[in-house]
Design a protein around this ligand. Structure first.
Ligand code: PLP
Length: 392
């Protein structure tokens, strides 16, 4: 189906932060499949895990115990607020699980009327009907029938308005601690703490979507950890969880997941042995404190260098935002055009809302590679300037 406006480019293989076309042309990958290839391409541990499991066992069924699932769930719960995990094949399925778990929690508590999920403008939670309704973005809803009941739209950053929206039918508040598709917009830590308190006061569940900003991307294992005392009740992860193998997860406290009893939810593939082998290898790397420290260092370097670009090219670069290696650059020139100018320099970057481009390189990017990315970005800025001059 014609749902993608694809760039006229295809790759044959990848190594670290490089993607290589069939004719051997190298591109510096500063988007990592939109925050997926967190450990870079062809990471030897992930390749080995997949190959080893591929020769042993691919799939059984969730009607049996799956030891890899138990291991990965333990890894995740050991490092988070969560007690339990449900594995999926994608981020949006993890969101579905989060929404269902939140509603079922209240149902199990004898409050079946609590169904409303409050989401924020600029958010993105995936493409299933529940996910597009939760984010409320009209572009993704248009033509797909009436808006679903049970989803309420709130304004990013307006706490008084949010407080007024929370009522007897509210089940949960859902947000990305750093909005990805919305243009690398980070929630202030104090706001997350205030929302946590509001949830505690009203018995509302707090769902964080850390599908893009989680698993090391911001320099902490999870982005919400920057805000002390603001842990969620439910959290979705995916993308970096499989480093390119399709896998997602919905994490929850035992209390939040109390309604998720046998038969209430499920998946054929979710958490199968292949996905779990790769997920374990990925998470074992991503939890390493030295990797998280590296992300903070290299992100500091990136932001400092891009600030230099903003000074030298104020006619092109308007603002720098985001957290860690989820960097948003708001542009004066159309972002789609700028992405092509970057590709002309053999640099891959992602688009984003509010006329941003996003840099989401593999977390293992070295400082030298980051310097190379900034040099390419600078040449793209110069090209954008010349283009604007020629058009004037
Ligand atoms: N939530 C966030 C924050 C995302 O960035 C994405 C994907 O970009 C999703 C959910 C949906 O994940 P998936 O495309 O794996 O279904």
């Amino acid at each position: 189906m014609g749902v993608y406006a694809r760039a006229p480019l295809a790759f044959e293989r990848g190594e670290g932060v490089r993607l290589i076309t069939e004719d051997g042309t190298e591109y510096l990958d500063a988007m990592a499949g939109i925050a997926v290839n967190a450990l870079g391409h062809s990471h030897p541990k992930l390749v080995a895990a997949l190959a080893e499991q591929g020769g042993k066992l691919w799939h059984t069924s969730n009607i049996f115990r799956i030891p890899g699932q138990e291991r990965l769930a333990t890894l995740l719960t050991d490092h988070t607020f969560a007690d339990v995990v449900f594995f999926t094949n994608s981020g949006t399925e993890a969101i579905e699980c989060a929404v269902k778990a939140a509603r079922k929690h209240h149902w199990a508590n004898g409050q079946p009327e609590r169904i409303d999920i409050i989401g924020f403008d600029g958010s993105f939670h995936g493409r299933t009907l529940a996910a597009v309704n939760a984010s409320g973005n009209e572009t993704y809803l248009e033509g797909f029938g009436p808006k679903m009941p049970g989803f309420v739209a709130a304004q990013f950053g307006d706490h008084d308005a949010l407080r007024a929206l929370v009522g007897p039918t509210t089940a949960a508040i859902i947000l990305e601690p750093v909005q990805g598709e919305g243009g690398a917009r980070s929630w202030p830590e104090a706001d997350l703490q205030a929302i946590r308190r509001l949830c505690d006061e009203t018995g509302t569940l707090l769902i964080y979507d850390e599908i893009q900003c989680g698993l090391g991307r911001t320099g902490k294992l999870f982005a919400h950890e920057w805000a002390e005392g603001a842990a969620p009740d439910i959290m979705t992860v995916a993308k970096a969880l499989g480093g390119g193998f399709p896998v997602g997860a919905c994490l929850a406290t035992a209390d939040a997941a109390k309604g998720m009893t046998p038969g209430s939810h499920g998946s054929t593939y979710g958490g199968n042995p292949l996905a779990m082998a790769v997920g374990i290898a990925a998470v074992e790397e991503l939890v390493k404190p030295e990797l998280l420290a590296h992300v903070r260092d290299v992100a500091g370097y990136f932001v400092q260098q891009i600030s230099g670009l903003k000074d030298r090219y104020p006619d092109v670069v308007v603002d720098i935002r985001g957290k860690g290696l989820l960097i948003g650059v708001k542009l004066a020139t159309p972002n789609r055009e700028f992405m092509q100018l970057a590709r002309d320099q053999h640099l891959l970057i992602a688009g984003g809302g509010d006329n941003c481009v996003r840099l989401l390189p593999p977390l293992v990017i070295t400082q030298d590679e980051a310097r190379e990315a900034v040099e390419k970005l600078e040449r793209a800025c110069e090209a954008a300037r010349q283009k604007a001059k020629a058009a004037a």
